[in-house]
Unconditional design. Structure first.
Length: 273
């Protein structure tokens, strides 16, 4: 974390609680950079999170109002806060298990209703803090605490899920592309209505070790190598998209036209695409 952003950290914060190599620290930096570059008034800023590793991104690190809520209920609390005080800029930061599995109904219905929220999903493809179980974004074939022989279930495509539910803006980028990731967060915050950013954030501890990525660099290389811009994905046959991390930005107009939206789920060992 560069010193220019120390003003956004709570006094006494010297290091994060994240495991060595966790991508969540990079996401924390991107969120703070977005807040700084947008010049947001912290008196009118509220962060909401649920339970899990990603929920620790805003709380206890960011020096702003935060709600650290029940597992899966971050979007519900955020909706209540926004309705009670529409002047607030409300940003939800939580994990794929919290937002999409336990809190899945809250997510899709907030998107359907067009609630003016920015939701950032720190997607590490597994339940990180709560034991390494398979979640809705765990790749087919991946090893987890609950799928020791490999996950047999297809993943949710979070872009299609949230866009199809009615989101005004959806983006996906990995932490290995910090500048586009930060720009997407900024655009999501500026977008009226429901905005969602899916951030691929590698987990060396629960996902990496179980799936034989003992070297953190190899896990990040995997993420980097699987990235495919949506413009390039649109020109490839669907058979080549399995297991790829299709990145970019989408709006309801793209859903209507089917432009650059992947149609196939991930192949064995690949991330949600």
């Amino acid at each position: 974390m560069t010193r220019v952003f120390e003003q956004y950290l709570r006094p006494g914060v010297k290091a994060t609680a994240f495991c060595p190599g966790c991508g969540h620290g990079i996401l924390l930096h991107g969120i703070l950079r977005a807040v700084d570059e947008l010049g947001l008034d912290r008196e009118k800023l509220l962060f909401v999170s649920g339970i899990g590793c990603a929920a620790w991104i805003p709380s206890p690190h960011i020096l702003a109002d935060t709600l650290h809520t029940l597992h899966g209920r971050a979007v519900a609390y955020a909706t209540g806060a926004k309705l009670a005080n529409p002047a607030l800029t409300v940003i939800v930061v939580s994990g794929d298990g919290d937002l999409v599995s336990i809190g899945g109904n809250h997510l899709v219905h907030a998107a359907r209703r067009g609630v003016d929220l920015t939701v950032i999903c720190a997607n590490n493809e597994i339940y990180g803090m709560t034991g390494g179980q398979a979640g809705p974004t765990t790749p087919v074939g991946a090893i987890s605490a609950t799928t020791p022989r490999g996950n047999p279930y297809a993943t949710f495509d979070l872009v299609k899920l949230v866009l199809g539910a009615g989101a005004a803006y959806v983006a996906r980028y990995p932490v290995t592309q910090p500048r586009p990731m930060t720009d997407a967060i900024k655009k999501a915050i500026r977008t009226p209505g429901f905005a969602f950013v899916d951030v691929a954030s590698p987990c060396p501890t629960q996902f990496g070790r179980r799936n034989r990525f003992e070297d953190v660099g190899a896990l990040y290389d995997r993420t980097h190598d699987l990235v495919l811009p949506r413009e390039e994905a649109a020109m490839r046959p669907q058979s080549e998209l399995a297991g790829r991390l299709v990145v970019g930005e989408w709006t309801p107009e793209d859903l209507r036209l089917g432009a650059g939206i992947p149609h196939d789920g991930p192949g064995p060992g690949g991330p949600p695409c």
